[in-house]
Design a protein around this ligand. Structure first.
Ligand SMILES: Nc1ncnc2c1ncn2[C@@H]1O[C@H](COP(=O)(O)OP(=O)(O)OP(=O)(O)O)[C@@H](O)[C@H]1O
Ligand SMILES: [Mg+2]
Length: 985
């Protein structure tokens, strides 16, 4: 074993590890990836480092992956590390440190006790388990710095990789150094470790050490240090040139005597031949022991070996002595166990077994293991390798369930797959496995779903459905199918599945399942824009859940109810419902539900005009999905929402960064489509049409390939905008018409109104152009009138219309554009619109309103030049802040024509009246003060002025400061005295 003193070379590498540990000890956790070819010296370096680390007071936990070629055992290195921790620190201490996470840890390490019977399964339980590990490491680190070594990740199961990815992502200030090794030459192109390495390398907190082979001097030092007799210079040089700096190779050359042979002598052709030349001279018993050990794995206990080899104790001991003397086996890490001196030795011995021998040995090991408390995964592996179908079947089934308990879904998925394949090859599988085929399919579908293989989940759930006759059982399966289908983007299939499930349960009593299905159905209708129906079904689902005290289901159902309420005119009720859904999901630890509620809360807040709040929620949500490891998958929705909100709030650079970073990852196609169009919108506003067209083209291409139409409205909206800026009237008209056709079945007023607004803008531009040329405008005006009438039908003003604050603004915009088309442009309308958007924190459309207002003011017979200059400058300020170059060009042109300095000082009020405003108030603050004078609350002010409540409260406190008063009452009184509040208001 390499201690610090006999480590050859590796000074720079050791120094980097020491630095990383020092950083970790100071609360800056880090991860070091150590890679290099097999036998190059990764383990040796780490051992020497670990010695030093322990000497300096750190706690070192070590675990290695094992080569069960099928990888049936999840979390091996971490479990091994936990086991050594319990051995060193004692169960009591570890239990104390783990706190409430203890039972969650027991899911992966059954030796810790009974795993918790979690109410929440699937992804939830898994995150809880991962967090329990992180928490344990955090607390251990409070005592002394922790070094966690996970070796040989090229053999890791998927679950171990997921866990490590989680740790790397989540560590913040733990005193933890994570050391990960893998063989760089053992990674096939599709190895699951590859994407993880890419992810790690992106992270600034991960250092990648690529261990190179020894150079010439180091090789000399290494060989001389190990040779018993001395080698001639020729022998030494030949050894060194053959081994090419690989430590294991050099060592084998020395140990096997190959180093001491003369040039003309024949040498073993490969490394494994060299190892095998050392096995050949062993006695038959020693060879048998070695081979059994190779079949058992990297370590093997004495008792197991004795049972499997069927040798009398004395011969066994002699055989073992032979193996250790020849440096083939050494003492293992567990008491009374053996290990191969090096994994490469085991690989050589195992690789040399004949197929029949292999089967016999695996059967012997499996039989011997059956007497011990072996994990089902280990048994399943040996029985499978032994070719024993029945036992492989039963143990695989058991192992699949154990893996699911340990939240190792990828392994569970694979084991179920094997069991299902063996189903037809064994007699009476139902009795053997203790479960019906449909039931096994159902469990297997869940495992595949959580492992992220939706296609497999779908086909298994579909097959189970074919075998299931019981209505409730069918409904439960249909519910699953609906969810999987939605996740694969099959909206129609989703609706069909939920509708059928709902119908199957309709005559039965209320139940949690029924509430869930009903809520899912509601959600699906909402997604298709059927808000009233969605709201009704959502409310029914909430009632059903409450009737049976199903709290989680109630939380789920509150989502569609909240969205339905918001979209049909009760935004406050909607926000409240979804906030409650967030609370329920959080209290119950249902992470999936929590994610969904976050997405919906963002959506609803944005729709009621509270974009800053929505962005905050989205950012919270993103932190949350990062825990789930879903930031770039399911969490893509939140990322898209965040980018949209940033764009709408005028934080374009941030929006662009968010979108570009997200597109760099493997997002679901839906999200990438959306983000590309978002970026296209920004490019258009910035006047970079070619880039925008490129993005749109690629989105169209993807949509054609997927036969997807969800985003065609957005595409037409983009195209219409480009055409408008280019003054391409026909192009704009066509894009608007196409967009309206694409959105016609939906109740999505916003999308429709946005399109009507653009269509009217194009007609108004054209009308003004024709009028200026003295040409006939009647046809264009007629088209505008027609569009305006259709828009007005969508958003009837007044009455019980829906009150998403964007809606009245967009409706008013349509009317203002119609007036412009008719030659009756009205600056007052535009002032209202600009202020409305400002109040909603939407600078870009506000700037458009200012531009239009300035233009309208200047077009009157006796222009109010001061007001026009104010509007122009307000627009100019916003547009240059945003980098909205298209708009800026128009504003500059207008300024030029009107001979106004667009960047000049604001001498008049920002917008509107010619009256000076007292107390240095802004126009907005004046409006707020007038509302205060009426005794309005912040909420009422917010609603009246279409601004966020938070914004209203900021205005109020600014007003109090400017007025030098302490309370709203005093401010109101002062407003009266100053005559700012109309007496009849
Ligand atoms: N720098 C070194 N100084 C002294 N001995 C070394 C050094 N590097 C490697 N060795 C020895 O060479 C042999 C192979 O090295 P090691 O086991 O560390 O390789 P590895 O890269 O971990 O291989 P694997 O990929 O198989 O895990 C070991 O016996 C080890 O003790
Ligand atoms: Mg190693």
């Amino acid at each position: 074993m390499t201690s610090r003193d006999d480590l050859v070379g590796r000074r720079a590498e050791s120094a980097r590890l020491v630095d990383a540990l020092a950083a970790a000890a100071g609360g800056r956790p880090s991860t070091v990836l150590l890679s290099g070819e097999a036998g190059v010296g990764k383990t040796a370096l780490l051992r020497a480092f670990a010695d030093g680390a322990e000497a300096s007071g750190a706690r070192v936990l070590t675990g290695a992956c094992v080569d069960l070629s099928s990888g049936d055992l999840p979390y091996v290195p971490v479990v091994e590390a936990l086991r050594s921790l319990v051995r060193d620190a004692g169960e009591q201490d570890v239990r104390r440190l783990a706190g409430p996470g203890w039972s969650s840890l027991a899911r992966m390490a059954p030796f810790l006790g009974e795993p918790e019977e979690g109410t929440a399964g699937g992804a939830d339980a898994r995150v809880h388990m991962f967090e329990a590990i992180l928490e344990l490491l955090r607390r251990l680190g409070q005592e002394r710095p922790v070094v966690l070594i996970c070796e040989d990740l090229h053999w890791a199961d998927r679950s171990t990789l997921d866990l490590l990815a989680f740790l790397v992502r989540m560590i913040t200030d733990e005193r933890l150094l994570l050391l990960i090794t893998y063989r760089s030459n053992d990674l096939e192109p599709r190895h699951p470790l590859r994407p993880l390495i890419v992810e790690f390398e992106r992270s600034r907190r991960v250092d990648h050490l690529r261990l190179r082979p020894f150079d010439h001097d180091e090789s000399v030092q290494f060989v001389i240090g190990r040779s018993v007799g001395s080698l001639t210079p020729v022998q030494l040089e030949r050894t060194i040139s053959l081994a090419e700096g690989n430590a294991f190779f050099l060592e084998e050359m020395v140990v096997s005597g190959a180093a001491a042979t003369e040039p003309g002598d024949r040498l073993p052709a490969s490394l494994s031949d060299m190892v095998l030349t050392r096995v050949e001279p062993l006695s038959a018993e020693a060879q048998e022991v070695l081979r059994a050990a190779a079949a058992a794995g990297r370590y093997v206990g004495h008792r197991l070996l004795a049972t499997a080899c069927d040798l009398p104790e004395r011969s066994l001991l002699t055989a073992l002595r032979e193996c250790t003397t020849r440096q083939l086996l050494t003492e293992g890490p567990q008491p009374y166990s053996y290990a191969f001196r090096h994994a490469l030795v085991r690989e050589a011995v195992y690789g040399d077994l004949l197929p029949g021998e292999r089967m016999r040995l695996h059967a012997a090991i499996a039989t011997a293991l059956s007497g011990e408390q072996a994990a089902a995964g280990e048994l399943a592996h040996h029985w499978f390798q032994a070719g024993d179908r029945e036992r492989a079947f039963t143990t695989s089934l058991r192992a699949a369930a154990e893996a699911a308990t340990a939240c190792a879904f990828a392994e569970s998925d694979r084991l179920y797959e094997r069991a299902l394949q063996l189903w037809g090859e064994v007699g009476d599988p139902e009795a053997l496995g203790g479960a019906a085929h449909a039931e096994v399919l159902r469990r297997a579908a869940d495992a595949a779903r959580w492992a992220g293989d939706l296609a497999r989940a779908l086909s298994r759930a579909g097959a189970a459905l074919d075998e299931e006759a019981d209505p409730a059982g069918r409904a439960a399966l249909l519910e699953r199918l609906g969810r999987y289908r939605w996740e694969t983007g099959d909206s129609e299939g989703t609706l069909r599945a939920y509708a059928e499930a709902d119908a199957l349960l309709a005559d039965g009593p209320p139940s949690p399942l029924r509430a869930r299905v009903h809520a899912d159905l509601a959600t699906t209708h909402l997604r298709n824009g059927r808000y009233a129906l969605g709201r009704r079904l959502g409310a029914e689902a909430v009632a059903m859940a409450r009737a049976v005290d199903a709290v989680a289901e109630e939380g789920q159902a509150l989502n569609p109810l909240g969205i339905g309420l918001t979209m049909t005119g009760d935004p406050d009720g909607g926000v409240a419902a979804i906030r409650r859904a967030v609370e329920i999901a959080r209290a119950g630890g249902h992470l999936d539900d929590l994610h969904r509620a976050y997405v919906n809360l963002t959506f609803v807040l944005a729709n009621v005009g509270r974009r800053a709040d929505a962005l905050e929620v989205a950012q919270h949500g993103i932190v949350h999905v990062r825990r789930l490891g879903l930031e770039w998958t399911a969490g893509g929705v939140l990322v898209s929402n965040a980018a949209t909100l940033q764009a709408e709030l005028g934080r374009w650079d941030e929006a662009e960064r968010t979108a570009v970073e997200a597109l760099d990852h493997d997002l679901p196609t839906r999200s990438t489509l959306y983000l590309r169009l978002l970026l296209a919108g920004l490019e258009i506003a910035r006047g970079r049409f070619d880039r925008a067209e490129h993005l749109i083209g690629s989105a169209q291409e993807t949509m054609r390939r997927l036969d997807e139409s969800e985003y065609s409205t957005d595409i037409h909206t983009c195209l219409a905008e480009i055409a408008i800026w280019r003054r391409d009237h026909h192009g704009a008209r066509r894009a608007v018409a196409d967009g309206l056709r694409a959105v016609q079945d939906s109740e999505d007023q916003l999308q429709q109104l946005r399109l009507y607004g653009l269509g009217l803008r194009a007609e108004a531009d054209e009308a003004q152009r024709l009028a200026a040329l003295g040409r006939d405008v009647s046809a264009v005006r007629e088209a505008a009138g027609d569009l305006a009438a259709r828009a007005a039908k969508l958003a009837p003003d007044g009455g019980a219309g829906p009150l998403l604050p964007d809606v009245p603004l967009l409706a008013r915009l349509c009317q203002a554009e119609r007036l412009r088309a008719e030659g009756a442009d009205d600056p007052g309308e535009w002032a209202w619109i600009a202020e409305g958007w400002e109040g909603l924190d939407r600078p870009y459309p506000a700037a458009y309103g200012h531009w239009r207002r300035a233009d309208a003011l200047l077009a009157t017979a006796v222009p109010d030049r001061a007001a026009a200059a104010g509007a122009l400058r307000a627009g100019h300020r916003i547009a240059s802040g945003l980098g909205a170059f298209c708009l800026l060009r128009e504003l500059d042109a207008l300024a030029q024509r009107a001979r106004i300095d667009p960047g000049g000082p604001d001498d008049g009020p920002a917008a509107g009246g010619s009256e000076p405003i007292p107390f240095r108030l802004t126009r907005r603050e004046l409006q707020v003060l007038q509302e205060l004078g009426k005794g309005s609350s912040n909420r009422q002010i917010a609603r009246q002025l279409f601004i966020a409540e938070k914004t209203a409260s900021v205005h109020v406190s600014n007003i109090l400061t400017k007025l030098g008063v302490a309370s709203r009452g005093e401010a109101a009184a002062m407003a009266y005295r100053a005559g700012l509040v109309p007496r009849d208001g």
